[in-house]
Design a protein around this ligand. Sequence first.
Ligand SMILES: NC(=O)c1ccc[n+]([C@@H]2O[C@H](COP(=O)([O-])OP(=O)(O)OC[C@H]3O[C@@H](n4cnc5c(N)ncnc54)[C@H](OP(=O)(O)O)[C@@H]3O)[C@@H](O)[C@H]2O)c1
Length: 235
Amino acid sequence: MDLTGKIALVTGGGRRVGRAIVGELGRAGMHVIVHCHASRAEAEAVAAGLPHATVAQADLRDRAQCRALIEGVRRDAGRLDLLVNNAAGYRRAPFADEDESAWDDLLALNLVAPALLTRHALPLGLSSVVNVLDVGAWQPWRHHAAYASSKAGLAQLTRNLALELAPSVRVNGVAPGTVAFPPDFTAAERAAITGRIPLGRIGDPADVARAVRFLAGEDFLTGVILPVDGGAQLR
Ligand SMILES: NC(=O)c1ccc[n+]([C@@H]2O[C@H](COP(=O)([O-])OP(=O)(O)OC[C@H]3O[C@@H](n4cnc5c(N)ncnc54)[C@H](OP(=O)(O)O)[C@@H]3O)[C@@H](O)[C@H]2O)c1
């Protein structure tokens, strides 16, 4: 499918994986709306590097701001073809020590916001959604109960909406393994994670971006969750 001239909204598009997705879709000829929360300057810089890109800001833990973000897209672009739910919170903490509010924050941002953004975008002619999950949606890891549960919920949301919104909206997902380490991971932790990946290295945000573009462009795919993980989910 030719993506040229279509409108995409990428949440969390200012940095790391989201930034790579914005670039990939922009190079495919899409008009990209780069959503950000705290990284406004980074989002402006990404948008400035593309021929057709604009920036929109929202705290997606807040339901009213989810609605306002899509309302802004309607006002400025008039329609939305592709929604990429990339923004997410990440937490690593022992279950017994986890702050109760972390559950609210992670579920609001990682699961409820993608559902609300999809719902609000339906009247704008939405035809494709790509959710960014994590192999942790299936693989249990110590100290990731809230984060992994939010991604498991997003996996099930992806498949439910693929069924319910067909044939007008295709809903797919990408499940990355490690493609960019959280900055606080030690060298020893990085080496241990890399050592468990069958292909022997971590991926790159560009690997995820190409998978998003593939799912956005293939019009007979829906309900697919594509691992992009160097084989990590095989262990
Ligand atoms: N990095 C990896 O190796 C990896 C592995 C598996 C899955 N993933 C998934 O891939 C996606 C991107 O990962 P990443 O490593 O690039 O994530 P990241 O560096 O932690 O960035 C998270 C993004 O979410 C946005 N965000 C954070 N809080 C927000 C809020 N309250 N409201 C709206 N947006 C908010 C941030 O926007 P601002 O900076 O503008 O605040 C940022 O763009 C996530 O869904 C993640 O779970 C990543």
